[in-house]
Design a protein around this ligand. Structure first.
Ligand SMILES: N[C@@H](CCC(=O)N[C@@H](CS)C(=O)NCC(=O)O)C(=O)O
Length: 324
């Protein structure tokens, strides 16, 4: 685990000393947008036109943020248009690697790099910051379009509609405001909330994260007793953003990140809802449960110093969900 400073790799864990033991996630730095006609998006530069075969996605199957992008690639039928490389689940001293000695770890099919940080320095030789997945790479301009999953899924949602003919819309105009509100709470208390619990290095920081986390899960349990999806009867990006965290809850966050007031399977509505999303056409094939369980327990030696991979519950993802 580490980061690049002026293009040089430094092996260091997250700094929580300056924040009273609290984990603060840093902002993603590559913020360009692919658009249908190549015009500039809400941030960054223009010139990234949606074209088949032009873009490549670097992911970790373990990572909930990268997982969102894989799900959107699947939902929006982009598999033949956007190529993918998956890193090895073990993220150790030199960060994410392209080692291939794990099922599903593909290596870097574009450049044959050994480490993900080489992709960042290819885009910016002086890059300073964390080396995270997902990364959306542009083969034409030889640079990173974006390393922000929340924005990559919005590009995938609509930019390639003319290429694929798939017009499914998970960010519909009329629901954008309520989606943003739900996303904000879920991001802060659940998606990032589990990390705040797990990476806290003081009791106070942990308490500050774990209470809102379970308050939000209770809130969602109630919401999902009233309607099928977060925003009503229509599935939206908010559901997919929540799904990748819920999927990892019992296998990883409950024990490894000490999110253990309840398990996902203790919430009847949330648990059935998660199964429905798991069973959505194409979604189960984006799930790399072995990478998920292995990555967290093996890579975070500050939390699990002996790197013992737990036996884990057997989870009935394919049990009938009974919703709708
Ligand atoms: N804001 C980013 C966060 C991505 C992120 O934190 N990915 C993790 C894996 S789950 C990572 O690569 N961490 C490496 C590090 O922090 O050094 C996004 O949503 O795209």
């Amino acid at each position: 685990m580490g980061l690049l400073i002026d293009g040089k790799w430094h092996d260091q864990w997250y700094d929580t000393k300056s924040t009273g033991g609290a984990f603060k996630r840093s902002e993603s730095q590559f913020r360009n947008w692919i658009t249908a006609d190549g015009s500039a998006g809400p941030s960054g530069d223009g010139g990234f036109k949606a074209e088949s075969g032009r873009y490549h996605l670097y992911v970790s199957l373990a990572c909930p943020w990268a997982h969102r992008t894989l799900i959107f690639r699947q939902l929006k039928e982009l598999e033949d248009h956007i190529t993918v490389s998956a890193v090895h689940p073990d993220m150790l001293g030199e960060g994410w690697t392209f080692d291939t000695d794990a099922h599903g770890a593909t290596g870097d099919s574009l450049f044959g790099s050994s480490h993900l940080h080489q992709i960042y320095t290819r885009a910016d030789a002086e890059y300073t910051g964390r080396v995270t997945v997902p990364v959306l790479w542009d083969k034409a301009k030889a640079t990173i379009v974006s390393n922000e999953s929340a924005e990559i899924i919005r590009m995938f949602n609509s930019a390639f509609d003319g290429v694929t003919g798939n017009g499914d819309d998970y960010w519909p105009e009329e629901l954008r405001e309520p989606i943003e509100a739900v996303n904000a709470r879920i991001y802060s208390t659940i998606n990032n909330g589990v990390y705040k619990c797990g990476f806290a290095t003081s009791q106070e920081a942990y308490d500050d994260a774990v209470v809102p986390l379970f308050d939000s899960l209770d809130w969602l349990e109630d919401l999902l007793s009233q309607h099928r999806y977060l925003l009503g009867e229509r599935i939206t990006e908010a559901d997919w953003r929540l799904f990748t965290t819920l999927l990892r809850f019992d296998p990883v966050y409950h024990t490894h990140f000490k999110c253990n007031r309840k398990r996902l399977t203790d919430y009847p509505n949330l648990w059935a809802y998660t199964r429905e999303l798991y069973q959505w056409p194409g979604v189960a094939e984006t799930v790399g449960m072995q990478h998920i369980v292995r990555h967290y327990h093996y890579s975070h030696d500050t939390i699990n110093p002996h790197r013992i991979i737990p036996i884990n519950p057997v989870i009935g993802w394919m049990e009938p969900h009974g919703r709708g």
